[in-house]
Design a protein around this ligand. Structure first.
Ligand SMILES: Nc1nc2c(ncn2[C@@H]2O[C@H](COP(=O)(O)OP(=O)(O)OP(=O)(O)O)[C@@H](O)[C@H]2O)c(=O)[nH]1
Ligand SMILES: [Mg+2]
Length: 421
């Protein structure tokens, strides 16, 4: 961890998440200032007395305070006043999250998504600066005058348009790829859930992949799709960006194409960190379920309670009861697992299997020859082989979705095989 110090300003007592966010950016939180009030102060988010108290703290602190983090949403005018008074960079929650996203964005699409969100975020702030510059209050943001700020605003608009266009073409490619995979008989299963729940860890376990796993929030920004290598089914599993509460709509919108992976999945695996306090678990589960509704998920959702290695059996039971009492699980399937200890994974895969749509079973009768052999290997690759017997003929029982069945049957007929239901 580097030695950047931050202070936090909060209107309520629960600051654990904002501290985690700050730490995810390598800031050490040296002090939290609370001002318990229902609504923020219109002018400066917190009252004037509190601003003075913070100013004094910053000026007299032994450590240099690099950042002031406001746990909430700042209006541009509030931000302007706070920065002006405190002489330190001031971030609100969205800005902090955007900063984390900027650091984590690794691939082109994620970079563009973050850029779009960032431009959306900045727009009202630039408008405020233009306003201030016009009224003579602010001599100019970027070492220029009103003219340059105006220019900057236009540039933001142009960049947003261009970024959206670029994202659209990547999205089209993504959709094509997805359609191709679906047609190829793969089931698409997506991981979803609150940040840090263990989505990437589960992807790694099921696919043998090595996606980055980290205790910091928002380790994953880009989607990764991998084949599940537990030999049950041709399933492609996709890892996605984590959810968090109170995320502004424009950030969610910017990640539209990524979240589409969840929307179009045949089954969604909603991963939950069950080791936290039951109220925290319930809250994060609720945020995640609301997000799935927002995304428009209609496929089956399996709730996966992960990290059971960190709690007792009674603790797990109590949490499940609490979730159910809160009406959060409804009639959804629940699976308890520990990725760390590889516990509950087979049961989870059974649940996934049961939830896959349009499964059909059928048998083929094939002549024994070289072509048949490579056909059978291909079937093993793509579908679930229930049974196979070699005699004068090969009889193979298969389970797969209807798309793949049609393809298999066409190939079978090419080889003079027959379908025996
Ligand atoms: N004890 C325990 N820790 C786990 C388990 N599964 C994951 N973790 C830890 O939880 C943290 C988060 O795991 P990730 O897989 O990165 O979580 P994620 O949901 O992908 O998080 P984001 O990408 O940030 O949304 C890491 O420190 C993991 O090592 C588990 O079963 N038990
Ligand atoms: Mg991840």
């Amino acid at each position: 961890m580097n030695d950047n110090s931050a202070i936090i300003i909060s209107l309520n007592d629960d600051v654990s998440e904002i501290i985690e966010l700050a730490e995810s950016l390598n800031y050490r939180v040296v002090k939290t200032f609370f001002q318990r009030r229902e609504n923020p102060d219109v002018k400066s988010f917190i009252g004037r007395g509190k601003v003075d108290e913070i100013k004094e703290f910053i000026e007299t602190s032994e450590k240099i305070i690099d950042l002031v983090i406001v746990d909430g949403e700042l209006k541009p005018s509030q931000w302007f006043i706070l920065e002006k008074k405190l002489h330190v960079n001031v971030f609100d929650r969205a800005r902090l999250i955007l900063k984390i996203f900027e650091e984590r964005a690794d691939r082109k699409e994620a970079k563009l998504q973050v850029k779009l969100a960032r431009l959306q975020y900045e727009r009202p702030f630039v408008r405020e600066l233009i306003h201030r510059a016009r009224s003579g209050e602010h001599p100019g943001l970027m070492a220029g005058g009103e003219y340059q700020v105006d220019d900057y605003y236009e540039m933001i608009k142009r960049q947003m348009k261009k970024t959206k266009e670029n994202l659209r073409s990547i999205r089209d490619e993504r959709e094509l790829r997805r359609r191709y995979r679906h047609k190829g008989g793969f089931y698409l299963v997506s991981l979803a859930g609150y940040t840090n729940a263990g989505k990437s860890s589960l992807l790694n376990l099921l696919s043998g992949e090595k996606v980055e796993v980290d205790g910091r929030l928002f380790s994953t920004l880009s989607t990764t799709t991998r084949k599940i290598n537990k030999k049950i089914f041709p399933i492609l599993l996709t890892d996605t960006v984590g959810f968090i509460q109170n995320l502004p709509a424009y950030i969610i919108d910017a990640f539209h194409s990524t979240l589409e992976e969840i929307e179009v999945a045949d089954v969604v695996l909603l991963v939950v960190d069950i080791s936290e306090e039951k109220e925290v678990v319930a809250n994060k589960l609720k945020v995640s379920l609301d997000e799935l509704v927002e995304i428009g998920v209609t496929s089956p959702v399996i709730i996966i309670l992960n990290k059971i290695d960190l709690i007792s059996k009674q603790g797990l039971k109590a949490r499940i009861e609490y979730i159910q009492k809160q009406g959060l699980a409804r009639n959804r399937k629940i699976s308890s697992i520990s990725v760390k200890n590889q516990e509950g994974i087979d049961k989870l895969l059974d649940l996934v299997h049961e939830s896959l749509p349009q499964l059909v079973r059928f048998k083929l009768k094939l002549k024994v020859n070289k072509n048949t052999q490579s056909f059978i290997s291909w079937i093993y690759e793509k579908a679930h082989v229930l049974d196979i017997s070699y005699d004068y003929h090969v009889i193979i029982s298969i389970e797969c979705n209807t798309n793949l069945r049609d393809k298999i049957i066409t190939k079978c007929q090419h080889l003079d095989g027959i379908v025996v239901y």
